[in-house]
Design a protein around this ligand. Structure first.
Ligand SMILES: NC(=O)c1ccc[n+]([C@@H]2O[C@H](COP(=O)([O-])OP(=O)(O)OC[C@H]3O[C@@H](n4cnc5c(N)ncnc54)[C@H](O)[C@@H]3O)[C@@H](O)[C@H]2O)c1
Length: 346
């Protein structure tokens, strides 16, 4: 696979490092609307070519796949252009700003017969894959109740920088800058985490989204701080199980933590994923009678980057794909609809 990395900001380095270390893969070019940034990125990562526009990169050619690491609202137009030029695409999450736009991207990729995947990066967590295996294997019986949260605290803590002065945080608080708040940014991850682990799809949901007053008149410079800071969903799943999924940037004591509890008729699993450590525990068998938990070993798993390279090599689409990301987008749209209409079915 010869790859173009499109968008050379913060997250692109992870793509360059992962693909750069993969046998059979060449990161052939880097592209950013900031041509100097693309050139510096190419130099840092030993990439032969750099471009200041996607049109120039496509005209020059020399690659068969694209890693799209542009900001959220840019995914849709640039991915359609890449697919139109016959390139396989790995796109960053969230796939688009709405389900309708995500559907358009899915249709275009499927019609063109091109590999289309989305970097829902927590799929790379071995404990998530193991939790799915345990639940599918019947370790908890029939799932009855799910509790999941994605916890960040950068609106309180300063260890990731100062949210009220740094543009990399300020744009995430402003819908005019393409943000759909904490729900769009990391809510999508925890929705994927919970539904992937359980293999269950929500059939209805209720949601509350909240934007707190954080600055005089809700503005800092060009940034209107109108995107949601906290989101709470209550859901019913296809098998009748209920769940609560929530996320906030005010969860003090947690920099970046995903927690998942799945309770069934015969047992429960608990997954705690944090920077630097992860724990998966099971309470099952006779242990359900004394609430004893056992840590579960989790073997390494293939990353989305590896799965994308394999999909391009084989010509067979990989997971998670655009169709799945579109479904997640439908849940997000339902949350926003719920906020305005107070009732939504999905
Ligand atoms: N999967 C994950 O865990 C994860 C983590 C962080 C970020 N992300 C996602 O990655 C994407 C990028 O985030 P980031 O933090 O790197 O943002 P960023 O702002 O640091 O970088 C984005 C880059 O894209 C460039 N760009 C903008 N429009 C472009 C265009 N039309 N063509 C080419 N380049 C263009 C910008 O100049 C910038 O250099 C976002 O969608 C974000 O949600 C995913």
């Amino acid at each position: 696979m010869k790859l173009l990395i499109l968008g050379t900001g913060g997250m692109a380095a992870a793509h360059a490092r992962a693909f750069g270390a993969m046998p059979g893969v060449e990161v052939a070019a880097a592209c950013d609307v900031d041509a100097d940034r693309a050139a510096a990125f190419a130099k840092t990562h030993g990439i032969a070519k750099s471009f200041g526009s996607l049109d120039d990169a496509l005209a020059a050619g020399g690659f068969d796949a694209v890693s799209n690491v542009t900001p959220d609202p840019i995914h849709h137009p640039t991915t359609l252009k890449c697919l139109g030029a016959g390139k396989h695409v790995l796109c960053e999450k969230p796939l688009a700003e709405s389900c309708a736009l995500a559907e358009e991207m899915t249709d275009a990729a499927q019609k063109a017969g091109l590999v289309n995947m989305v970097n829902l990066s927590y799929r790379n967590v071995p404990a998530l894959q193991k939790a799915r295996e345990l639940i599918a294997g019947g370790a908890v019986g029939e799932v009855r109740h799910i509790e999941a949260s994605y916890r960040q605290s950068w609106l309180v803590a300063n260890n990731w920088g100062h949210w009220n002065t740094d543009p990399k945080w300020l744009w995430r608080l402003s819908s005019k800058h393409g943000s759909r708040g904490v729900l769009g940014d990391v809510g999508i991850h925890i929705l994927d985490f919970a539904t992937f682990a359980t293999g269950l799809k929500p059939v209805s949901l209720q949601a509350r989204l909240k934007t707190f007053d954080k600055a005089p008149e809700g503005k800092i410079g060009e940034y209107e701080l109108d995107a949601n800071d906290s989101a709470v969903m209550s859901l019913e799943f296809g098998n009748g199980a209920l769940g609560v999924i929530h996320t906030s940037r005010f969860m003090t004591g947690y920099a970046n933590t995903l927690k998942l509890h799945v309770f069934g008729t015969k047992g429960a699993v608990e997954l705690d994923h944090n920077p630097g450590w992860t724990r998966l525990r099971l309470c099952g068998g006779e242990d359900v009678h004394n609430q004893a938990w056992t840590d579960v070993e989790c073997p390494p798993v293939k990353t989305n980057f590896h799965k994308f390279a394999e999909a391009v090599a084989s010509g067979k689409n990989g997971e998670p794909d655009f169709a799945h990301a579109t479904e997640l987008q439908r849940y997000l749209d339902a949350c926003f609809e719920m906020e305005t209409s107070k009732a939504a079915r999905i």
